[in-house]
Ligand binder design. Sequence first.
Ligand code: AMP
Ligand code: ZN
Ligand code: FE
Ligand code: FE
Length: 276
Amino acid sequence: MRIDLHTHSNRSDGTDSPTELVRNAVEVAHLDVVALTDHDATTGWDEAQGEADRQGIRLVKGIEISTRYQGESVHLLGYEFDPTHAGLLAELQRVLDGRDNRLPTVLEKLAEHGVHITLEDVAAQSGDAAASGRPHIADAMVAKGYIRHRDEAFNGWLNTGGRAYVDRYSAPLFTAVELVKDAGGRTVVAHPWSRGSDRVLTADAFGRLQDAGLDGIEVDHTDHGERARRELRAIATDLDLVVTGSSDYHGTGKSEAFRLGANLTHPDQLARLLPT
Ligand code: AMP
Ligand code: ZN
Ligand code: FE
Ligand code: FE
């Protein structure tokens, strides 16, 4: 059983449509189970389910919520929750609005540095996405010839502290866990030790998150080296949290290290996370 529990479509900042993503999950990565976890949006679920039914693959309906904990950005995966839960929807809308609302300021900052991108240029890249994120701004920079690849925009321009960085709203981490749980779902901290969050996501913090309803930790992720994986696995085992592994696939928006199926979740762990 090949199980990948974290992927993005063009309903957030991936490059495959939900249909293409599910097709690639079957034809390219030979997955048996794939979760669609777009940033702060569930708008790809229906299309993905339609293709999953045609392909005979199991789709797990998910999301990756942008949260903050002690000043650090933390991504929270939510699975199989009620997408109409009012409190959760309101919180997700705040995140999506924050992403869109910072855009004019980002573009002003870029212009101060000689990079001239319009709101229309970004909209042309975000297309079907629920909001325009930094990757779409990066894509507009590529389209206008300022850089060659999306990644270059995160090297001095859009990354935290970069020349055109503008902060935006993120949901408080504990609030996000509680909302997904209240909506009947399961929660897993995504790539907990990538980019600075290792400072705040200690074993003690995972214990308190578990008390708030956290179900699991995404241990096997390309952003984690061998040592991080070993230590996170020990924390999960100690607390009896579910261990997941996933690709964080973004189509051509991320490198081959994030290809579909690059990291997998053990079937026993999926059975614990989402009993059928
Ligand atoms: P946003 O939510 O609009 O602030 O954009 C965050 C998204 O940008 C993340 O979910 C990643 O997909 C992407 N991203 C953030 N930092 C980097 C980075 N250093 N390199 C490449 N992509 C990144
Ligand atoms: Zn992303
Ligand atoms: Fe993430
Ligand atoms: Fe992701």
